[in-house]
Design a protein around this ligand. Sequence first.
Ligand code: SF4
Length: 289
Amino acid sequence: MTVEIDNQSGFCFGVVTAIRKAEEELQKGGTLYCLGDIVHNGQEVERLSGLGLVTINHEQFGQLPRGARVLIRAHGEPPQTYITAEQREVEIVDASCPVVRNLQKKIRDTYRQHKDAQIVIFGKPGHAEVIGLQGQTENKAIVVEGAEDIKKIDFSRDIYLFSQTTKSVEEFESLVESIRTQLQSEGNKVNFEWHDTICGQVRNRVRHIREFAAGHDKVIFVGGRNSSNGKVLYQHCISVNPDTVFIESAAELTNEYIASCKGMNIGICGATSTPLWLMEEVREKIVNS
Ligand code: SF4
């Protein structure tokens, strides 16, 4: 049996930077709050909470005492969060990923320059990054999850389409096609601009992870069940290797499953929010059982 961990799986640089920032701030002492889970991975959240990081929601954020320190995670936040922090004299430690910050600016600028147009975001409604993006448009942006949602769009007005950074390129392209087809069928001569704003770190992983999954007998995908990037990458793995399982931690591996790995070539991979130590634990369990 061979067990290989994918060397391109694991935290992207945005998440690595946010975690490093949190660890640095925690070393200074005192309480550090984090607005929402720092990463979509329960095990890593638990590890950082052991170091003193306190995760809070937006309601708790609005009630923090003056001088409290709050980390903004890689997903970014809408402008209102910064306004609230200023009003309450709360210190912000901004770990928004620079790629997300650029996208926020792009959307904000487009919204300001084209007030009569519609800003459409291809993303998951309610996802933290999407909330931050919508906030750049005074929450007027329309969020679509796929072609079935395009009925939310008014095809008689200009359309500017952007994507959440962790979405799938193929789905984005198919959404662009659906919008173009609809515009043609209605005969509308409106301006339709689309911006493929999917993060390069995720885009390159798709091609790589498909090759990795196809090159192993069995694949164990390790990720948080609420990670949107994890869902996308897992789907890619299972599409090229049906013998792929999704787990959150080594504890989910049953004895029967481990026994079925004997003599096989096993690949372990994960999402951009999966810590390396978690994938190593999975390998240890298989090798030592
Ligand atoms: S996936 Fe890309 S945009 Fe998202 S946090 Fe990581 S580096 Fe930043």
